[in-house]
Design a protein around this ligand. Structure first.
Ligand SMILES: O=C(O)CCC(=O)C(=O)O
Length: 274
């Protein structure tokens, strides 16, 4: 399926690759070796604004009883609870337009080698919890070979808020090769037999700070041991010919209304070749 899609979209992919020489990697460029970068509060005006708007949205969601409802719907899961996801976000054009701000798209384009598409987005709330399951264990995001995921802290994230922990891509590649990892979870024991604790990074920081991460290469986990709430906006870019992830998939019908303001590169980032 994936190979077929790649072949079918080869011309589209090449076009998106050729446009790269008209774009600079810009201030948010990612290191191709380590596959991540930290963005501090205020370093990207777009991300600072996006975090502020997401925090406001969450405050009204909570006021309207949304958090109680989401907990009632998920009695056995108390992490990464979706506040708003996928195409629901299209009703918040200001948020979506900030996600495809040029510094973000340009950095993702250079890392991925072609103008990518915004594949999906979700605003996640993690309340205090004591579980250690699923994405709370070391893993990579398996769907694509590479991706650029932005995990934007929309609340202040300290070590007791279950921050994302990750191992840079070059070290993750080496460890995965040693243990012949292809998919599934990696235990703490297996990892720490090969990795020093100080090699593991934590995505802590004030609201408005973020990490850009190739979560398909960097082993990572999050939402573990929260003693306090964490609100995070996750959105990710895939190369145009990568598989489609239906979970938080975001797909715009046309560039009308507020979306008419998008420039040609941003339009490519929001256009989904079929
Ligand atoms: O933030 C978290 O809890 C984990 C996020 C994660 O695993 C992911 O985005 O792939």
């Amino acid at each position: 399926m994936a190979a077929l899609r790649r072949r079918r979209l080869a011309a589209e992919f090449n076009q998106r690759r050729n446009i790269l020489n008209q774009i600079e990697p810009g201030p948010l460029a990612l290191d191709p070796v380590t596959g991540w970068r930290f963005i501090d509060h205020g370093q990207s005006s777009e991300l600072t604004e996006l975090a502020r708007r997401c925090a406001d949205l969450f405050a009204s969601f909570k006021r309207d009883g949304g958090t109680d409802q989401v907990l009632a719907r998920n009695p056995s899961k108390r992490f990464l609870l979706g506040v708003l996801s996928g195409n629901e976000l299209l009703a918040q054009p200001d948020l979506v337009k900030l996600m495809v701000a040029r510094p973000i798209v340009d950095a993702a384009a250079h890392y991925l080698g072609s103008v990518p598409r915004l594949e999906g987005a979700v605003l996640w709330w993690t309340p205090p919890n004591a579980s250690q399951t699923s994405s709370q264990c070391w893993h990579i995001d398996e769907l694509a070979g590479r991706q650029v995921k932005i995990l934007l802290n929309c609340s202040d994230v300290t070590p007791d808020c279950g921050p994302v922990h990750f191992l840079p891509a070059d070290r993750s590649d080496a460890v995965r090769k040693q243990i012949r990892h292809r998919r599934g979870r990696v235990s703490d024991q297996t990892l720490f037999e090969r990795v020093r604790p100080d090699e593991v990074r934590q995505a802590t920081g004030p609201a408005g700070s973020a990490i850009m991460l190739d979560s398909s290469r960097c082993l990572h986990f999050g939402s573990r041991g929260n003693e306090r709430d964490r609100l995070v906006l996750a959105f990710h870019f895939f190369a145009a010919d990568a598989p489609v992830d239906s979970r938080y998939h975001i797909e715009l019908d046309g560039f009308t209304g507020p979306y008419a303001e998008l420039d040609p590169i941003q339009r490519l980032a929001m256009a989904h070749p079929r």
